[in-house]
Design a protein around this ligand. Structure first.
Ligand code: CU
Ligand code: ZN
Length: 190
């Protein structure tokens, strides 16, 4: 090996070591994927804020469980009684009346119905019932909603209505005005 061959060998080795470092760097990144890509989304959350002229707020959590998605809702500031509670198509609460959230989330093109019905909107959670103080809680394991695919609720809206969802009127259950709106986002897994 003459002098110029030696220089060439050193340059080749240097280039190879940089390339190898890059390769390991990439592998290191791939070994630290985020929760969503390693095991799928397991928790989601929507924080409800009042629409204009209302005082309704709350938090809805969605957790992946064996039989579907467990919905746990805590809402306050309601009038006593039943209030329509749905997932709507758009996660857009920018409109003062909540109508920017669109209609009920209905990726399977079904009729509006009760949450217990097999033929229903994916977004049909029925009603949440407030006590005399305006507080309401709900726990419901849903088999229609998912965290991935066409029925994924991630990024959709949650709406609480002024009135009762009659579970039959099309396409909304005639639940009246929208008193609170929230957007379903990915939450830290428990
Ligand atoms: Cu609704
Ligand atoms: Zn519906």
């Amino acid at each position: 090996m003459n002098k110029s061959q030696s220089y060439l060998a050193i340059i080749v080795l240097a280039v190879m070591s940089v390339a190898t470092a890059n390769l390991f760097g990439q592998q290191a990144d791939e070994s630290h994927p985020n929760n969503e890509t390693s095991s799928g989304i397991t928790m989601a959350i929507a924080v409800l804020n009042p629409t204009a002229g209302n005082n309704v707020s709350g938090t809805i959590t969605f957790a992946k469980v064996e039989n579907g998605i467990k919905v746990v809702a805590t809402v306050s500031g309601l009038t006593e009684g039943k209030h329509g509670f749905h997932i709507h198509q758009y996660g857009d609460c920018s409109g003062a009346d909540g109508k920017t959230a669109g209609g009920h989330f209905n990726p399977t093109a079904m009729k509006h119905s009760a949450p217990t019905d097999s033929i229903r909107h994916v977004g049909d959670i029925g009603n949440i019932v407030a006590d005399a103080d305006g507080n309401a809680t709900l726990e419901w394991v849903d088999s229609h909603m998912t965290f991935e695919g066409a029925s994924s609720i991630i990024g959709r809206g949650v709406i609480i209505h002024a009135g009762e969802d009659d579970l039959t009127s099309q396409p909304t259950g005639a639940a009246g005005a929208r008193v609170a709106c929230g957007v379903i986002g990915i939450a830290k897994a428990e």
